[in-house]
Ligand binder design. Structure first.
Ligand SMILES: [Zn+2]
Length: 270
């Protein structure tokens, strides 16, 4: 049986009302570190989605999850409702949809999240590009375990960090190549069907606004490359902040990091 999207979605997600201010939406995103919020009506039916990118495009101030707007900026933004900046009637999935279909939908439509709804369109969960990346990682590691079993080799221990990073790098590079080939096919198809100028413009804007799954995978690939380079130099597990050790488990999850968890916490707090 195929894994359903509910296995990786966030259940009972925080949603926002369409008549709330967009500023309140930004506050929620900053508070929880979310890049997307489903917008619901009084029945908790999904009527839209608002993303951090939407707010970036709409607000006349720099928008960041790290820095809340100042009091003056807040005064400037107070009257803009969510309904004016959200995407209406977003694509949704039900909780039983196969995970791989949801991932494909995110990647192909270049959208950042899929609200998960019940049969009446009521919000049950949200599945985002970060969840999709996690799904991708799970698939990669499951392949890895299966291949090792088939080959009779033992699963790598924590001491095999570099071997595991190298493995993940090879797998991810192969997957990305496949994805890019598919993208090129799509681009070629688009060229054959000429769009008029406004349509082309919105096409470009949308592609630029959404941090697609492939972009995230490419970033991860870059992090892995960086980690492998530092492993060659013998500096992979040395914290750039305090000179202490970076735990292998941390590097496994965040191969791009160059600081230990204590130093990372300190710089977050600053
Ligand atoms: Zn440190």
């Amino acid at each position: 049986m195929k894994t359903p999207v509910k296995s990786l979605m966030t259940g009972s997600p925080i949603a926002i009302d369409a008549d709330t201010s967009a500023l309140a939406g930004l506050d929620l995103m900053i508070e929880h570190g979310f890049r997307h919020l489903p917008v619901t009506n009084a029945d908790r039916r999904v009527v839209g989605v608002v993303s951090l990118e939407d707010l970036r495009a709409a607000f006349p101030i720099p928008v960041s999850l790290r820095r809340p707007p100042s009091a003056e900026q807040r005064a400037e933004l107070r009257d803009l409702p969510i309904a004016e900046v959200m995407s209406y009637a977003p694509q949704t999935v039900t909780a039983e949809v196969a995970l791989e279909d949801a991932v494909r939908q995110l990647a192909e439509q270049r959208i950042g999240c899929l609200p998960v709804v019940d049969g009446d369109g009521r919000l049950e969960g949200i599945f985002t590009e970060s969840d999709a990346l996690q799904a991708l990682a799970t698939v990669l590691f499951t392949d890895e375990v299966r291949e090792r079993r088939a080959g009779g080799a033992a699963a790598p221990g924590p001491g095999d960090l570099v071997a595991r990073l190298r493995d993940e790098h090879a797998r991810l590079a192969a997957k990305l190549q496949g994805y890019e080939r598919h993208e090129q096919d799509l681009t070629a198809l688009r060229r054959e069907i000429p769009l008029d100028i406004p349509e082309q413009a919105s096409d470009v804007t949308e592609a630029g606004l959404t941090e697609g799954l492939a972009d995230l995978a490419a970033k991860r690939l870059h992090d892995l490359e960086h980690a492998l380079e530092r492993a060659e130099e013998g500096s992979l597990e040395i914290c750039e902040g305090c000179g202490g050790a970076i735990a292998p488990g941390r590097l496994r999850v965040l191969p791009g990091t160059t600081v230990c968890v204590d130093c990372a916490r300190e710089s977050e707090a600053r």
